[in-house]
Write a protein that binds this ligand. Structure first.
Ligand SMILES: [Zn+2]
Length: 209
């Protein structure tokens, strides 16, 4: 049993970027924790930040339940103003020391979305300051807004694609505006066909941090 930590800048990145892989971890008995750095309260598309926060946290819980992830945390940093502060770095480092994940997933450092890049920077800085006695997790970056160019790891998610799509759709307030389910069915298929050889039909890819 491995411990797996996901650092997700907003509710929905976890399902979009690595939902299939998380489902695989859960089914093989790994323990998965997800940290939502912000609750995405600016992504309400006309709703107030307060209401959006409530909706998106509820959607995040529903998506986690679909994936079978039992433990999620809302750190409630400011969406639209996520900063890699010393306080936040220390908080993540404390989590790494206390919980000792073997694997960590985060949005990649060349994402178009500035808060996705910030999440990668946060992980890098938290890991850089780990005491020598602490074991560093294997940190893998996933794609959401900008496709990855380098592939260090590929996970065949053909058996979990339906669960991944259901988890994405649980973020209904976001899927109402952008059809992430359609888009990532396509990207997973592309990764499966072009990069998973000999073939899985659907795949998620990752780049080492
Ligand atoms: Zn995001």
């Amino acid at each position: 049993m491995a411990r797996v930590l996901v650092v997700s800048p907003h509710p929905d990145d976890e399902s979009i970027g690595c939902g299939g892989t998380l489902r695989k971890h859960v089914l093989q008995g790994d323990s998965v924790h997800i940290i939502f750095l912000t609750s995405g309260e600016r992504g309400g598309h006309g709703r107030s930040p307060e209401e959006t926060k409530r909706i998106r946290e509820r959607e995040a819980k529903r998506a986690a339940a679909i994936l079978g992830v039992a433990h999620i945390e809302f750190w409630r940093e400011r969406n639209g103003g996520l900063r890699v502060t010393d306080r936040l770095i220390r908080r993540l480092r404390a989590k790494l020391i206390a919980w000792k994940p073997a694997v960590l997933y985060v949005t990649h450092d060349r994402e178009q979305h500035v808060e996705h890049r910030a999440a990668a920077r946060l992980v890098r800085r938290a890991m850089a300051g780990l005491p020598r006695s602490a074991k560093k997790p294997r940190a893998l970056m996933f794609e959401v807004w900008t496709p990855l160019q380098r592939m260090d790891e590929i996970v065949d998610i053909s058996r979990y694609i339906k669960t991944k799509l259901a988890a994405i759709r649980a973020h209904k307030s976001q899927c109402d505006v952008v059809q992430f389910d359609e888009a990532f069915l396509g990207l997973s298929r592309y990764r499966g066909e072009l990069h998973s050889w000999p073939g899985g039909d659907y795949a998620e890819i990752f780049t080492l941090l």
